[in-house]
Design a protein around this ligand. Structure first.
Ligand SMILES: C[S@@+](CC[C@H](N)C(=O)[O-])C[C@H]1O[C@@H](n2cnc3c(N)ncnc32)[C@H](O)[C@@H]1O
Length: 455
């Protein structure tokens, strides 16, 4: 039975019924991270069954801090059905708006509420009325006032365009029979520069017995797509820099815990022997966390100001370089650094180290949401103009990533051995920055060939 044969509407109804039942059972703790406190963990919906011995490791591997779980109402933790922790390392900050798709009993909404603080807001969205009710109860019990729950479908969300800073979700999108619609909705509701942090089950080449089982669909298996398809789907919706950043691969024992449980997994009769199925599926099912960003529209480029960096720009430049894994020894060269500002934030930078009439161009960074607006080229051209005023005739660079862009900006490849000795003594060289980087140079006395460009 394929997705079409099972029927999209009937899948959603089966999912709704399953989660309505799951939340009505006393402390079912079904899918994912086991709670920090000793609670009864019985079976698993969207993740492996957690036995007593697995509990600690699952909490750890899901990335929840025991301390943060300890602050939540026990019900929100015990009725957590996730397969990861989308808020771990996500960088949610005070004042932001977070949307949790498929919020369930509210565990991630409550953690997000703490991160955004009283000036921020959290919206929990779920299509199962019983889950919405439980999320509201847990929020009341926690005394939290900056979370609201909305009943609605991930495929058509009751959320305004460009209104949220973060979309998070924990083990939900695999359940949707129309993932492209969910991905489009995510891109619609995010503000430009808004980001995603989504934990979900992914799968490669699942055994047919699983793919064809409706129980396996509602149990977060049959609807799982591959990591590559997930990334492609989010990019097709318009997000950028989409990648899986962490994985939790289930072993055969964990999978068997799931398959062997007819109450909350695949009906053994329909799928055959649980142990054999688990062996067949090992290495093919895991939980992944996806990150990505909604880019700013092209019209934003005219609002970005590129200017010489000042002392107060130092922290922003250091942060940009740290995010890009580039050397952060900026201060001695700050007079030859440029920064791109938008809406009061540093969104890009570039700098140079001058040696007589030669200079090493370095530290080019454009923050992901601003890529594709021509900012890289603009930073380089502005730096070239600044370099000329400093009497620089030749610019050199080292790159592992922008060789073709730099070529479009007038740079040509050069053997590292042919670089002027003074350039080889710059801190970037001396620091041994990436021995495999390509060296390029440009004669600044000639206009760059920048007819077609990007970057
Ligand atoms: C596996 S549970 C995860 C709940 C929660 N994220 C957590 O970590 O505990 C899946 C949740 O997503 C909801 N859900 C599934 N498909 C949905 C859809 N298409 N639209 C909205 N909610 C959906 C279900 O009602 C259920 O509450």
């Amino acid at each position: 039975m394929s997705e079409q044969e099972i029927g999209k509407d009937s899948i959603k109804e089966a999912v709704r019924q399953r989660y309505a039942r799951a939340i009505e059972r006393p402390s079912p703790s079904c899918c994912g991270p086991a709670p920090s406190q000793p609670v009864q963990v019985k079976s698993s919906c969207c993740g492996p069954a957690a036995t007593e011995t697995m509990k600690g490791s699952l909490v750890k591997s899901a990335g929840y801090e025991e301390e943060e779980l300890g602050r939540l109402p026990a019900d929100a933790v015990q009725n957590s059905f996730g397969c990861g922790n989308p808020l771990a390392y996500a960088g949610v900050t005070p004042g932001q708006v977070v949307l949790d798709i498929g919020s369930g009993a509210g565990i991630d909404c409550l953690i997000a509420a703490d991160k955004v603080g009283p000036t921020g807001r959290v919206i929990g969205l779920d299509m199962t009325p019983e889950m919405i009710e439980r999320g509201r109860q847990n929020t009341r019990e926690a005394g939290v006032t900056n979370v609201e729950f909305r009943l609605g479908d991930a495929e058509k969300m009751p959320v305004a365009d460009a209104s949220v800073d973060w979309v998070i979700s924990n083990c939900v999108i695999n359940l949707s029979p129309d993932k492209p619609a969910v991905f489009r909705e995510i891109a619609r509701v995010l503000k430009p520069g808004g980001r995603i942090s989504i934990s979900d089950i992914v799968a490669e080449e699942l055994p047919a017995a699983i793919r064809e089982s409706r129980d396996a669909w509602t149990g977060c298996l049959a609807g799982a797509i591959s990591e590559a398809a997930y990334v492609r789907g989010l990019e097709a919706a318009g997000l950028r820099e989409v990648r899986a950043t962490s994985r939790l691969v289930y072993d055969a024992g964990q999978l068997q815990g799931l398959f062997g449980d007819s109450a909350c997994g695949i009906t053994p009769g329909a799928c055959g022997d649980g142990a054999a199925l688990a062996r067949e599926a090992t290495g093919k099912i895991w939980s992944a966390r996806f990150e990505g960003v909604k880019p700013y529209p092209a019209s934003t480029a005219s609002e970005v100001v590129v200017e010489l960096a000042q002392m107060e720009d130092l922290p922003a430049i250091r942060a940009l370089l740290a995010d890009a894994d580039l050397p952060a020894d900026v201060e001695p060269h700050l007079a030859d650094f440029l920064v791109a500002h938008h809406a009061g934030r540093g969104v890009g930078c570039v700098g140079m180290e001058v040696r007589g009439s030669d200079a090493l161009f370095r530290s080019l960074v454009v923050t992901p949401a601003y890529r594709g607006l021509g900012l890289g080229r603009r930073l380089y051209e502005t730096l070239a103009a600044h370099a000329r005023t400093r009497g620089v005739a030749r610019a050199y660079l080292l790159t592992t990533t922008i060789e073709s862009l730099a070529e479009a900006w007038g740079f040509r490849r050069i053997d590292r051995a042919q670089l002027p000795a003074a350039i080889q003594e710059t801190s970037e060289f001396r620091g041994g920055y990436c021995a495999s980087a390509v060296a390029m140079w440009r004669d600044l006395r000639k206009a760059a060939n920048v007819a077609s460009c990007c970057g």
